[in-house]
Design a protein around this ligand. Sequence first.
Ligand code: SF4
Ligand code: SF4
Ligand code: ZN
Length: 221
Amino acid sequence: MALRTSFSCEACDENGQTTLDEAIQPCHRGCGYTGWQQEALRILETDLGAEILQRLQQISAYREQFACHLCGACCRLASQDADYATLRQRAEAGDDFARQFTSVFLPYASRAAAREKAPELVAAVLAETVEEPEGAERVFFYHCPYVGEDNRCTVYGTEKRPGICQSYPETPLVFIQSQCAWQPWKQETHPQTLMAHALLQVSESLRQRLQWALEGRPGVG
Ligand code: SF4
Ligand code: SF4
Ligand SMILES: [Zn+2]
């Protein structure tokens, strides 16, 4: 995105060299940086967007090399950082993940109840998620009543099965247990996934600012 070399604007450059940030601000009609803004927008919408999406698709495709071994762990024990009432509140406030989660998962009556059902899982989740002892108080356990004896989902293929189950293990906010067949995939690809999502976010905000600037609306920092 060659800025000062190929483009200039009398108004924008009045107080010296225009910085990248200043070139994304709206200017009077006929700004000399309009061409740069359009070019930057094009790169964001095509090349960069495509590159990030391609990276995410590669991560997704790599996932196909692993297969669920139907241990049932993800349905029998899910952990969240909030109790059921709080999750319901979040759901009502418009949190889509909380809405989907509470549409199937139910809280264990107590941590002891969760331990009784799945002692190894509870221990493993606590060991993996909790760094300080007080942190354990902020972990809440849930189970889904729709998991069958054979560990298969009894609402598979129906509307009842939420999107977070369909997209598992690509669902954000879901803790992947160590015995899950996809744990190695998650471990290997998680940093790249986070980076790709961060890039998407940054490029989306930049794209909006460029659009606003091109439309002459005030950009938001
Ligand atoms: S809806 Fe099905 S896949 Fe989702 S947690 Fe329940 S049993 Fe598992
Ligand atoms: S924890 Fe992983 S391997 Fe086990 S049933 Fe769930 S998706 Fe399959
Ligand atoms: Zn200008």
